[in-house]
Every structure is written in structure tokens, then in C-alpha cells.
Design a protein around this ligand. Structure first.
Ligand code: 5GP
Ligand code: ZN
Length: 134
């Protein structure tokens, strides 16, 4: 079964397209978390952040910034969350790389920001982690 975002890119499935250029398309999420919830996808199929390649990797945030500024100006939202999920454990449900732009409105009650871990790591654990990552 073909990827639904590829079908949207090709125009085989309908979408409310906000903006597009040669490489990217921005369209409304059909199950929006807030008014104006928009998805940005590369026009070529990449599964996730590990799979994404040049020139999409280095250009996607220029495009996302244009979409964000337009949402801010036209919808007069009070903020925007930008999210990107990779793999099932992180909540990815459509396996075509995409970035969420979620406009926020004062007191909208949405819960997007993560809460801290219940038991916070101590300094030695941060040091150990740093060593692992370098
Ligand atoms: P994920 O959970 O993979 O980060 O996000 C996938 C998003 O795609 C969800 O927010 C979901 O509402 C949205 N979505 C699922 N199916 C469709 C569709 O057919 N069209 C559009 N525009 N959005 C979709
Ligand atoms: Zn795809």
C-alpha cells in the first residue's frame, strides 16, 4: 500500500495545501490539535529523520520558517510548537518524514511540552551520558 503523504504530494489524495515549492509541501493536518495545525513534508519519500537526505535536510527549516511566519501573521496565534516524531515509540504514525507546526493560543489547554522525568538523573549520570555521546 502506497504512503498517504506521497499520494498527497502527487495530488492523488486531496489536501488543504498552504504553501509548496519544488522540494516541500505544507498542508493542514486533517485531525488538527489546534486551529491551523500544519504538516510540512519533503516531496520525496523519506521514512524519518535517520533516512532524510540532502538537499532536504539542510533546506527544510527555511521552508518551515516561512510557514511559521505566515501562520503567526495571518492567524495571529500566540505561539507555535514545532514537533517531529520518529518511530513508533516516539508517536510516529505516518512513516513519511514530516514536521508538525501547531499554532498555540493563550490558555488553549493543549499539553505539548514534556514533563520532567519522575526521578531526575544525578550529575554522575549526566557525565556518563556525555561520555557515551562523544
Ligand atoms: P505523526 O503521529 O506520524 O507524527 O503524525 C501524523 C499526522 O498525520 C497526524 O497528526 C494525523 O492527524 C495526520 N494525518 C493522518 N492521515 C492524514 C491524511 O490523510 N491527511 C492529512 N492532511 N493528515 C493526516
Ligand atoms: Zn511517502
Amino acid at each position: 500500500m502506497e504512503c498517504i503523504f506521497c499520494k498527497i504530494v502527487k495530488g492523488e489524495l486531496p489536501s488543504y495545501t498552504v504553501f509548496e515549492d519544488n522540494n516541500f509541501k505544507a498542508f493542514f493536518d486533517v485531525f488538527p490539535a489546534s486551529i491551523g495545525h500544519t504538516l510540512v513534508v519533503p516531496k520525496k519519500h523519506y521514512k524519518d529523520i535517520y533516512d532524510l537526505q540532502s538537499p532536504y535536510t539542510e533546506n527544510i527549516f527555511n521552508f518551515v520558517q516561512k510557514v511559521a511566519k505566515n501562520l503567526k501573521e495571518k492567524l495571529e496565534c500566540d505561539g507555535i510548537n514545532i514537533l517531529q516524531n520518529n518511530e513508533i515509540a516516539a508517536g510516529q504514525t505516518i512513516f513519511h518524514y514530516h514536521i508538525h507546526l501547531i499554532p498555540r493560543y493563550k490558555d488553549d489547554g493543549l499539553k505539548v511540552n514534556p514533563a520532567p522525568m519522575k526521578s531526575l538523573p544525578v550529575d554522575s549520570e549526566f557525565e556518563k551520558l556525555l561520555k557515551k555521546l562523544k
